[in-house]
Design a protein around this ligand. Structure first.
Ligand code: HEM
Length: 246
């Protein structure tokens, strides 16, 4: 075998990263499907009760999504070298130089190969993580304002009912139980909710575009380098035609 034909196989993604990735894909897909059904509930002729059921289902999947994402955020500090935030995010001092070199390589058809992510992928990942963390944060607030679910539901229920010290009364507050509400407190709580629902919907649309670009980039890279990017997220191993950069 000549040196030119030699292939290098390297273990690049640890087990935690691979599990995170596929759980995240499934959750985001489910959240987008249930979320768009809530968004178009009126158009689809779904009743108010049906809408509440959808919101509850959406929040349950949301908790799985949030735990998985929180675990990934921690893993970025303690995981393997390619899982660390230093290797994933475009914040290293050398980053602008790496990006220029990569862009030059793309133009001349000799872009370097990387064990982890290439410089353009790092920008995409920054955008994706901002969107994921944004959806998690706003979603958890909405689960509180709309369903009185944890982690903030108790506080929002208290605000909406204007109840004083007796917290036990608020625990079972049914979504939409108007007779228990204090009109002023409820109105203030709903006003507080406005920017969260706005960002949650906006990020939904931006995320649709970002997910499309992410998948497109994986397909293009796969055709260009044949690294086995998709199977690498299952086996953890990538294949290279030249010794990869870190
Ligand atoms: C990738 C993640 C997510 C996406 C793409 C997403 C998408 C959406 C969309 C499109 C809506 C409909 C908005 C509307 O018409 O009002 C929605 C509503 C909602 N989401 Fe999410 N969501 C995500 C994560 C979460 C998480 C983590 C939670 C909390 C556990 C959550 C809780 C809620 C709640 C409670 C609503 C109902 C708000 C309302 O309509 O009044 N979401 N989501």
């Amino acid at each position: 075998m000549t040196t030119e034909n030699r292939l290098y196989e390297e273990k690049v993604w640890d087990r935690s990263i691979r599990i995170f990735h596929w759980v995240n894909v499934l959750c985001v897909l489910a959240l987008m499907i249930i979320g768009s059904t809530i968004l178009y509930a009126n158009l689809l002729g779904i009743s108010s009760e049906g809408k509440i059921t959808l919101k509850i289902m959406h929040a349950y999947v949301g908790y799985v999504f949030a735990f998985n994402l929180l675990w990934r955020l921690v893993w970025g500090f303690v995981g393997s070298s390619t899982a660390r935030w230093g290797a994933v995010m475009p914040f290293r001092r050398a980053y602008p130089g790496e990006l220029k070199e990569w862009l030059r390589g793309i133009r001349t058809g000799q872009a370097p190969e990387y064990r982890g992510h290439n410089p353009a992928a790092k920008l995409m990942l920054l955008a994706l993580y901002v969107l994921l963390v944004g959806q998690m944060t706003t979603g958890l607030v909405l689960a509180g304002t709309d369903l009185y679910f944890p982690p903030f539901g108790h506080e929002f229920a208290e605000w909406a009912t204007g109840a004083g010290e007796d917290h036990s009364q608020l625990v079972g507050l049914v979504p939409g139980a108007k007779e228990m509400l204090d009109p002023e407190g409820y109105a203030a709580m709903r006003q507080f909710r406005e920017p969260f629902i706005y960002i949650h919907k906006l990020f939904f649309w931006v995320m649709l575009v970002a997910v499309f670009l992410h998948v497109l980039a994986v397909v293009v890279e796969e055709i260009r380098h044949g690294n086995g990017l998709v199977s690498a997220m299952i086996s953890g191993k990538k294949v290279f035609r030249q010794p990869p950069r870190n």
